[in-house]
Design a protein around this ligand. Sequence first.
Ligand SMILES: [Zn+2]
Length: 528
Amino acid sequence: MQSVIARVNDKIYRVAIYIRLSREDSKIGESESITNQRQFLMNWVETRGYELVGVYVDDGFSGTNFDRPGFQRMIKDIEDKKVDMVITKDMSRLGRDYIETGNYLEKYFPSKGVRYIAVTDDIDTAVNSSNNDMAPFKAVFNDMYAKDISKKIRTALRTKQEQGLWVGGCPPLGYMVDPEDKNHLVPDPDEDWIVKKIFDLALNGKTVYQIRTILTDENIPTRAIIKGKLNNRMSHATTSTSGIWGTKTVKSILTNQLYTGDMVQNRRTKVSYKIKKTVWNDKEDWIIVENTHESLVSKEDFEMVQTMLPKNSTRPTKKKYRLLDGLLYCYECNHKIGICNPRKSDGRTYIVCNYYRMNSKYNVCTSHGFNYDNLEEAIITTIRRLAVEFLNKIELERQSEKLKFKNPTEKIKNDLHKLQTKYENTLQNLDKIYIDKIEEKITEEMYNRVYQKMKIEIDNMKIEIDDLQNKLNNNEETNIEKFNCKKYLEEFISMKNITRDMMLKLIDKIYVHADKQIDIHFNFNELN
Ligand SMILES: [Zn+2]
């Protein structure tokens, strides 16, 4: 290639621009877009007067392996000795797998006499700078940064936990962080008496349920009220501000060994550094250090309560599941609606809002009490009707598809493929025109005009491609959903006795209104 290029340094490099965009990146935003990377790197090459050999693009490829068409095309040009410099915007564009990235950086490129530059990371394999010593670390960094940091924090926390130091956030009710030492707990005078009272009641043989009732009746403040703050994590506002004690809270206090003066930590673990969710650890993995702080209950009393608790439980023994068990929710207060045992007088079964039942004397919610059997029958009838309608609709769709169109998914796939080809061609044309400009085959002005025009075209195509891709994804999801929905409804219709399992497959939630209106929320959007 004949080039008219001003010499900047001694050597005029023949440059390969490598651009990669993964699907994850495209969600982050415009800064990493193909167009931006291209523009940025072309400017860089131009200001240095280097020769541009080619732009190698991988759109929609993840950085975790190097099996990408654009990258492989570039490697071929390196092998053919057409290229002696590779540039990327930053190192993560080259790859995110640190072993393979390091291999290209430290072995492959040097062996081929190729200089590699990651522009924004300031990495240049030709310059012996401290940044290059960082390169392998940066590669690791791209891959493992988050994992690494989270592990380090965890290890540090664990060491502290093993020393019996408090490293949690807000201590449990009754304690506060020592103002003199943030890793030490001291009794909180606003709360410690409540914990003592709860243990006293339990030692006197009161059940968890009775204790929560006593606390509520005596207006013993809950923590939310003491701290005067709303606990946002609770979905139901009235629960946290009403001053009504929950059985779960009482039980968690009565079973927490921390109140005996022993530090108990590591009861829960985060699932992974990517996920906020926590899970309970096995008891063997709890980190317990004895006598690290003042106790609120003696070890003997605590042990006594542990042996009494199961007997104090008021839970009904083995329960027979009804068809709608676990599916009914109160529309007014969002708590579960329970199904009572059949009434002795007439054998009828009633439903009742659990929140109302547990707190009937505190005037929250209303009973929502009506006949369960009628409800069950009404719901089965409704589903049957919907099933017939749905299956008829599906059959009609299938027939009209046969008559008029091909499979709609196929049509979208075709359109998408055509558009993607056109898009790639346009990008290649743009590269050609750029090279024409450098070679002064066309004027700067003409280049700018064509560039502007093509850029609009490219952007529009990109929008259209994304649109079709979304349609395709949605279409496929819908098809799978329809398939399953049809399968279950056919089963449902053929069933003589509907099973609870079938109900759980079909239904997400059933909301019962105070005025007896019923909303069924299905697991399938097609039915909602
Ligand atoms: Zn309710």
